[in-house]
Design a protein around this ligand. Structure first.
Ligand SMILES: [Zn+2]
Length: 69
């Protein structure tokens, strides 16, 4: 399993849609329930970061990419 999830509402990518950080970023004007607007999926960290996203600190406590300086 290497699917990563990002949304247009934030600048981070996540390991799972269940991440509360992802949900928090979605809860702008959504009063009832949460809706994933503009969900983007990536197969690798490299693809996600190339698209301008950073690793979610909740899903990736270590920072995500091991080659980060
Ligand atoms: Zn997350």
């Amino acid at each position: 399993m290497s699917e990563l999830i990002a949304t247009g509402a934030g600048d981070a990518y996540h390991l799972t849609e269940e991440c509360w950080g992802l949900r928090a970023g979605q809860s702008g004007g959504e009063a009832q329930g949460y809706t994933l607007h503009g969900t983007v999926r990536f197969a690798t960290h490299g693809q996600a970061e190339a698209a301008g996203f950073r690793p979610c600190g909740i899903c990736f406590p270590g920072g995500g990419t091991p080659q980060r300086p």
